[in-house]
Ligand binder design. Structure first.
Ligand code: NCD
Length: 357
């Protein structure tokens, strides 16, 4: 039995398989109407969501399955102090698969250790968001006809934008990818992605502050919102919130076939005037997200049927009793979790949130 916690849990071949299934679902949805009959998806959302939760629910319903869950922490026993692991153990008796979103980094990983059914990370704090990456991959594949030989611009909040972190991890495994990282200095990509992924695999990238200057060279432009809820200092958010706005005027300097992606929700970083531009792919991206989540649910349930025993985690190189100081890490609230770290490119990083210990 497998879970999806990080996009790297799937090989490039497996991602290609998911894309092929998603394309088939889009073309022949009726073939899948009964595929998950009598199966139940639990959506455990400890943090707000529109697209991710609804697209998971729509995905399961369109596969003929059932859905149960909650959409805010206050309505679950977490409000009484229940641990993520206990919640996951309990829900394993009521459902066949879990999709979990949580404000603490590493929470879905901890849930997957407690659950006896597959767990899908639907976003953990500012850390990772692998199912958004599935939507992004299908979108790039459909818009550009390939996943290699691309210059990808990522613009906005690269520090707290978890979708950016997972997308970089995913795209770094395809041939001839280069990144242009466009952000204010305060919101640059965190070390665990820049050093741990880009430098580690010698992926070419540049870090710039001007969207105007960067746009002409891009094949894909991935816009993101400044993540207000993750700022410790509201004044800093106010100062940075209007850093980038993609306008129709700026689009005039972009390649004719550049695709504009955005995980949504949008605040003001893409002018609505861009929506009618055929290169604006962000609403198609939300539909792609549903197809990929359908393909993912099918794959994980199929694997769980074949092999109901949870995969052992690779603890090679783990060093115990390391203290993580990231206040947003799940190990800060659930203190009975073992504290451990592993060595990545010369630094010991927490096994839950990947920040330096
Ligand atoms: C993203 C998220 O939750 O991280 N939204 C989504 O899942 N589509 C992006 C965001 O909130 O800015």
């Amino acid at each position: 039995m497998r879970s999806l916690i990080s996009i790297l849990d799937f090989s490039v071949e497996e991602l290609a398989g998911l894309i092929a299934t998603a394309e088939d679902i889009a073309e022949h949805p009726e073939k899948y109407w009964e595929a998950c009959r009598h199966k139940t998806l639990a959506t455990l959302f400890f943090e707000p969501s529109t697209r991710t939760r609804l697209s998971f629910e729509a995905a399961m319903l369109e596969l003929g399955g059932n859905v149960l869950g909650f959409s805010e922490a206050d309505s679950s026993s977490a409000a009484k102090g229940e641990s993520v692991s206990d919640t996951a153990k309990t829900v394993s008796n009521y459902a066949n698969i879990i999709a979990m979103r949580h404000p603490k980094e590493g929470a879905p990983f901890v849930a997957s250790r407690g659950a006896t059914i597959p767990v899908i990370n639907a976003g953990d704090g500012g850390h990772q968001h692998p199912t958004q990456t599935l939507a992004d991959l299908l979108t790039i594949h459909r818009e550009m006809g390939r996943l290699d030989n691309l210059t990808i611009g990522l613009c906005g909040d690269l520090k707290y934008g978890r979708t950016v972190h997972s997308l970089i991890e995913a795209m770094s495994r395809y041939e001839n990818i280069r990144f242009v990282l466009i952000s204010p200095k305060e919101l640059m990509l965190p070390d665990y992605v820049r050093i741990g992924v880009l430098d580690k695999h010698s992926i070419p990238y540049t870090e710039v502050t001007s969207l105007e200057d960067a746009i002409p060279a891009l094949d894909v432009l991935y816009m993101t919102r400044i993540q207000r809820e993750r700022f410790d200092d509201p004044a800093e958010y106010e100062r940075l919130k209007d850093s980038y706005v993609l306008t129709a005027e700026k689009m005039e300097h972009a390649k004719e076939n550049m695709a504009v992606l955005h995980p949504l929700p949008r605040v003001n970083e893409i002018s609505v005037k861009v929506d009618d531009d055929p290169r604006a792919a962000y609403f198609r991206q939300t539909l792609n997200g549903k197809y990929m989540r359908m393909a993912l649910i099918l794959k994980l349930l199929e694997e769980a049927k074949r092999d109901p025993v949870r995969e052992a985690i690779d603890t090679d190189g783990w060093v115990y009793d390391q203290v993580c100081r990231n206040p947003k890490c799940i190990c800060q609230t659930e203190q009975e979790l073992p504290q451990a770290a592993k060595l990545v490119e010369g630094a010991y990083r927490c096994i839950y949130c990947e920040q330096k210990v």
